[in-house]
Design a binder for this molecule. Structure first.
Ligand SMILES: Cc1ncc(COP(=O)(O)O)c(C=O)c1O
Length: 630
């Protein structure tokens, strides 16, 4: 209904509804809502205040009506007509059936689906706004993928891999052209033979979360694990920078592999600390190695946001990946991949384009941050200029003696990793995770999202101090992991009832029942971790765990070392948790730990009694035997 159409208003009034009523209805009920949508399209950011469900539903409905599957009298004779059999499914998707993207680019609008395409564009803008609002102010390009974090990292790495392979081909071609030898053959049809593509390494500061490792392996890459550094007197497991530096200085060359990227992690469960991404970014820039940050649920932590900004300012960050469910409270299935504004003048900084870049990389380091702040500058012309050795635009012309002194067109401005990822994505994609995010971000508004972030922060002391009190009450302690403000860990040694070392290992293993006990008491999300025992290294295969083809000792504790020394339990103060939940969790944990110990003690007493009884029986039998022989 178009409330601005005066003839419609007149016709409505002719039905006997007073025009004053109609004006009020049109204004408050329809025009205001239309104005909200117009603002959204114009400003491309989250509304300051969240929208009501009816407005969101109205927008979704209108957008859906702009797709061909909802046109009146449409006749679809293609094979991709967004036909939906079940009305239930249709309602679940608001009649939006075209998904997102086209075969050439997952971010490209579809001619048949103007509404769906608008929705995708708007969601990407809203997500970028939310990411910036959370603190990642340096991000410029953003795509919401209908893939959870692990798969989004795989796609990101695959994009880097493809870039690297293309660059290798270019290098190969360039060196062939430089050589005086005639080309191997001159067939205009077939391509010259290319070297087999080389597998690549990804440097991976160890985090014991399987998706992270599988993301690397699934992309056909080889992880180079960096074991963490212990950091006494704190309990944190920190990034092993000396080892990272030595790997960058002298990369392994087995099988001709090259280092493709560094994959760092900012959100993890204690006692692992978020990686030192600022130092990693500096090294990545210095050694011209792409750097991907897995920020799975890090948006909620302002400290991490600051560090990522700083990493972009002083070093190299190619993309940051975060999950939609953990950061925006939607069902699992999406991720937000963002890239910072391109830095300075280097062309194609993510792919490692060769020597020209290596010489430019260090020069521009100081200015990168300032440029990154201005979106109009990023990707703009004039920044991507690199003085290159003259070369012709295609190899066959150079072979045909066209003078290589023609004016050389400047190389195109570097596209961000996000842009290249979208182009590489094979085919269209499911847009449901984007719909969920669109609805949620409009529903929250900026104030709602900031409120969520603040609420979590407010609950941190309650969680931290509550855990400390309970741990100490039960003979343990809160691990000192100040760098991690999402996850906390308490030690469980106070729950062990046996004295001495005998049977300790077995008893420690039994501590994992505490997690099960909590689960049956309605507490989800805690983990009981039992670090490796030195005796289990490296030969005791029963204690080793294979993940993505690699063997680990003490998997789950991020380290092969027995560190911290003994079992511990982790819990998170994550976005969306409510005060009552934290309070109830602390109560249940306290009770469960008490019950666990009592149970253990009872068990121990029962076993001791059984032993005593056995002893007594044995003695009696021996006495009886002695009596008989006498
Ligand atoms: C650090 C980290 N990375 C990656 C993931 C994988 O996330 P997803 O299940 O969204 O792929 C998780 C899951 O919690 C995680 O904690």
């Amino acid at each position: 209904m178009d409330p601005n159409d005066p003839s419609l208003a007149t016709l409505c009034a002719q039905l006997g509804v007073p025009s004053t009523y109609l004006t009020q209805g049109f204004e408050a009920g329809i025009r205001k809502r239309q104005a909200l949508f117009k603002q959204l399209v114009a400003h491309r950011r989250m509304p300051d205040q969240g929208w009501d469900d009816e407005t969101i539903e109205g927008v979704l409905h209108d957008l859906a009506m702009m797709d061909s599957n909802n046109f009146l009298d449409n006749v679809g004779v293609g094979e991709r007509e967004a036909r939906i059999y079940s009305s239930l499914v249709r309602r679940r998707h608001f009649g939006l059936g075209h998904g997102m993207g086209r075969s050439g680019d997952v971010n490209e609008p579809q001619p048949k689906a103007a509404g769906s395409s608008l929705l995708v564009k708007l969601t990407n803008f809203l997500a970028l706004d939310a990411v910036r609002l959370a603190g990642l102010t340096r991000m410029q390009d953003c795509v919401v993928l209908p893939l959870a974090t692990g798969m989004a990292m795989t796609m990101t790495l695959l994009t880097l891999r493809r870039d690297a392979e293309e660059n290798e081909k270019e290098e190969e071609e360039a060196s062939r052209l430089r050589s005086t030898a005639p080309p191997p053959y001159s067939s205009p049809v077939s391509e010259p033979p290319l070297p087999p593509s080389r597998p690549h390494y990804v440097i991976f500061p160890r985090i014991d979360q399987k998706s992270c490792l599988k993301a690397i392996v699934t992309a056909g890459l080889t992880p180079l694990l960096l074991p963490p550094l212990l950091s006494p007197p704190t309990d944190e497991l920190q990034t092993n920078l000396p080892l990272l530096l030595s790997l960058l200085q002298a990369p392994p060359t087995r099988g001709g592999k090259r280092i493709l990227a560094i994959l760092s992690t900012t959100s993890c469960f204690a006692p692992r600390a978020p990686d030192d991404i600022v130092a990693i970014a500096r090294l990545a820039s210095q050694y011209n190695v792409p750097h991907i940050i897995n920020n799975a649920y890090g948006l909620q932590c302002s400290k991490t946001m600051h560090l990522i900004n700083e990493a972009c300012r002083v070093g190299r960050v190619d993309a940051v990946v975060q999950s939609t469910d953990k950061n925006f409270l939607v069902p699992v299935g999406g991720s937000v991949v963002v890239s910072p504004a391109p830095r300075g003048r280097e062309g194609g900084r993510e792919g490692g384009r060769g020597k020209e870049e290596e010489s430019v990389g260090g020069e521009v380091e100081g200015r990168e941050g300032e440029e990154a702040e201005a979106p109009s500058v990023a990707n703009g012309k004039g920044k991507g200029e690199i003085t290159t050795t003259p070369r012709t635009t295609n190899s066959s012309s150079s072979n045909n003696n066209i003078t290589p002194t023609l004016p050389i067109p400047p190389p195109p401005p570097p596209s961000s990793l996000v842009t290249r990822l979208c182009k590489m994505y094979p085919g269209r994609a499911n847009a449901t995770p984007l719909h969920d995010l669109f609805i949620t971000l409009l529903s929250l508004g900026r104030s709602g999202y900031l409120c969520l972030l603040k609420e979590r922060k407010t609950l941190l002391p309650l969680m931290r101090e509550g855990l400390r009190t309970i741990a100490e009450k039960h003979g343990g302690r809160l691990l000192s992991t100040h760098g991690n403000t999402i996850s906390f860990a308490i030690t469980l040694e106070g729950l062990l009832v046996r004295e001495g070392e005998e049977g300790r290992e077995e008893e420690e293993e039994e501590l994992s029942f505490l997690g099960a006990m909590l689960f049956t008491r309605g507490v989800s999300g805690t983990r009981v971790v039992i670090p490796a025992r030195s005796s289990s290294l490296p030969s005791s295969s029963s204690k080793m765990k294979k993940v993505a083809g690699l063997l680990f000792a003490g998997y789950g504790s991020h380290s092969d070392e027995r560190y911290p020394p003994g079992a511990y339990l982790t819990a998170a103060c994550a976005l969306g948790v409510r005060k009552e939940e934290v309070e109830e969790f602390l109560k249940r944990l306290d009770r469960a730990m008490g019950d666990f110990r009592k149970k253990r003690e009872k068990e121990r007493m029962r076993k001791m009694k059984e032993e005593e009884q056995k002893e007594e029986k044995k003695e009696e039998e021996e006495e009886a035997e002695e009596g008989e022989t006498l």
